[in-house]
Write a protein that binds this ligand. Structure first.
Ligand SMILES: Nc1ncnc2c1ncn2[C@@H]1O[C@H](COP(=O)(O)OP(=O)(O)OP(=O)(O)O)[C@@H](O)[C@H]1O
Length: 465
């Protein structure tokens, strides 16, 4: 888009740089009227800032000082502040002093912190666009790095020119320009910039790719960097198509998200659907690693019944061969917490799903299914909760009562699972059914039963207690 309202402050358009930025903005419908510009002080983000101003935008400048390079970091912050002042722009410098010095992947953590701050500043100031200075060289580097690591379509689709995060849009107006064009533009403006001394350090893979690999590729295939970025753009389009198709196979939100594989015409789509489903079930956590996706796909193909995978962040993934893949949230019930069970509903309790139906009679096919219980509806209302120490049950036809824990021991339920076993309790608070096991005599279906409730439970882990 062409930002409205401002006049160009440029000295012409050296090398057609601004025209390319404008084209990118128009193509991706970027709203550049009042963006929050992330400016490190390096050439790319300084060019971003100058280009935004030259295109008539009124950016607010944000510089994040991670304090990682001592006096050099302070110099960067001072430089960005002075540049913003010279351009008459509002500028915010945020200093982060969290300990980034230890542990792996320093750059990644610094980036996460930076974006978190940027979102916060944008929210505080009511800005809806975050602009960064990524160029097509960044796209080429990211794509090649991911290719070398064995990434799939998503990794090869590199850096998106525009990403929406709810109200906020993260935009990269320089993505259609190269680093060389950035430098030429700055030189024509006589605009200085800061040089990050760590950019030359060979210990960072990206630096070596930039200084050794890409020049070698360029000498073999002139224009290689731009071409790789172009490929990445083409793959991004394919990714959007594939994800759009995969989306149709994913149902539900948060507590239980299900993927229905039969709706997917091609197994290749299933992997994308799995990632989407996982992201929906656990929006805060990291994307499902490709190894896990492969594992789930292999389980689906093996057709061996229901299998469960423990995922990070308390998620369980149940694979029911041929039929569906479900992501459940494992949530431990609080002490005394219970869920009311009513006819015609489906209820969640911890990692379980309980379907309750009203029936006329007992269905013989259920006789050998421990996951199904028939109860006298008249002895309800029923609730489900975790077993408690004092719980007793009056087993069918045996007379007398028995501790539920003892019943579980007799059933050889391992000690760690016994205390997590759910029980259904009847209207008088006594145990009516121990999941996958005994029914309490007073709640059983008999001659005088009127309405019958049929309970069917499914455990996310799919196994027996
Ligand atoms: N300290 C900083 N303060 C504000 N913005 C920054 C800072 N560092 C980087 N940026 C923004 O991020 C863009 C990309 O910079 P750089 O490639 O160094 O960081 P990155 O976020 O780690 O990048 P990538 O996502 O490509 O790994 C810059 O053009 C700039 O817009």
């Amino acid at each position: 888009m062409k930002p409205e309202g401002g006049a160009r402050t440029d000295s012409g358009d050296p090398g057609g740089f601004l025209r390319r930025v404008e084209e990118t903005a128009r193509r991706w419908r970027m709203d550049l009227r009042r963006p929050l510009a992330l400016v490190s002080g390096g050439p790319d983000s300084v060019a971003l800032l100058r280009a935004l101003c030259d295109l008539g935008a009124e950016p607010v400048v944000l510089h994040v000082d991670h304090g990682l390079r001592g006096a050099e970091s302070e110099g960067d912050a001072a430089f960005v502040g002075a540049l913003a002042r010279a351009l008459g722009l509002d500028c915010e410098v945020r200093t982060v002093r969290s300990d980034l010095s230890r542990g792996a992947n320093l750059q990644e953590r610094a980036r996460e912190e930076r974006y978190a701050i940027a979102r916060e500043v944008a929210r505080e100031r009511g800005l809806r666009t975050l602009a960064t200075g990524h160029t097509s060289d960044d796209v080429a580097e990211t794509t090649l790095m991911n290719l070398a690591r064995g990434s799939g379509l998503r990794g090869l689709a590199g850096i998106p020119p525009l990403r929406r995060e709810g109200e906020l849009a993260v935009v990269r107006p320089l993505i259609g320009t190269t680093r060389a064009e950035v430098l030429a533009y700055l030189a024509a403006l006589g605009q200085g910039f800061r040089t990050d001394s760590t950019n030359a350090l060979p210990k960072y893979a990206r630096n070596r790719l930039r200084h050794e690999v890409l020049p070698a590729l360029e000498s073999l295939y002139p224009g290689a960097s731009r071409n790789v970025a172009r490929t990445s753009g083409l793959l991004r389009r394919d990714l959007e198509v594939v994800e759009g198709l995969a989306e149709r196979a994913v149902e539900g939100r948060a507590d239980e998200v299900v993927v229905l594989p039969e709706r997917l015409a091609h197994p290749g789509l299933l992997g994308h659907a799995l990632r989407l489903a996982h992201a929906r079930a656990a929006p805060e956590s990291d994307p499902l690693p490709s190894g896990r996706v492969e594992e789930i796909l292999a389980k689906l193909e093996s057709r061996e019944g229901t299998v469960t995978l423990d995922l990070p962040d308390g998620l369980l993934c149940a694979v029911r061969f041929g039929r569906e893949v479900a992501f459940y949230r494992r949530r431990a019930a609080k002490a005394g917490e219970s869920v009311a069970l009513e006819a015609g509903g489906e209820f969640h309790f911890e990692g379980w799903k309980i379907a309750v139906e009203e029936r006329e009679t007992f269905d013989r096919r259920d006789a050998a299914r421990p996951e199904v219980a028939y109860l006298d509806a008249g002895a309800g209302p029923y609730r489900v909760r975790r077993v408690e120490e004092a719980d007793t049950i009056q087993p069918l036809g045996l007379g007398g009562t028995k501790k539920v824990f003892k019943a579980l021991m007799d059933r050889k339920v391992p000690a760690d699972k016994r205390s997590r076993t759910p029980v259904v309790v009847g209207g008088d608070g006594r145990v009516a059914w121990i999941f996958l096991g005994e029914t309490g005599e007073p709640f059983a279906v008999g001659e005088r039963t009127g309405r019958v409730l049929r309970l069917e439970v499914r455990e996310a882990s799919g196994g027996r207690l």
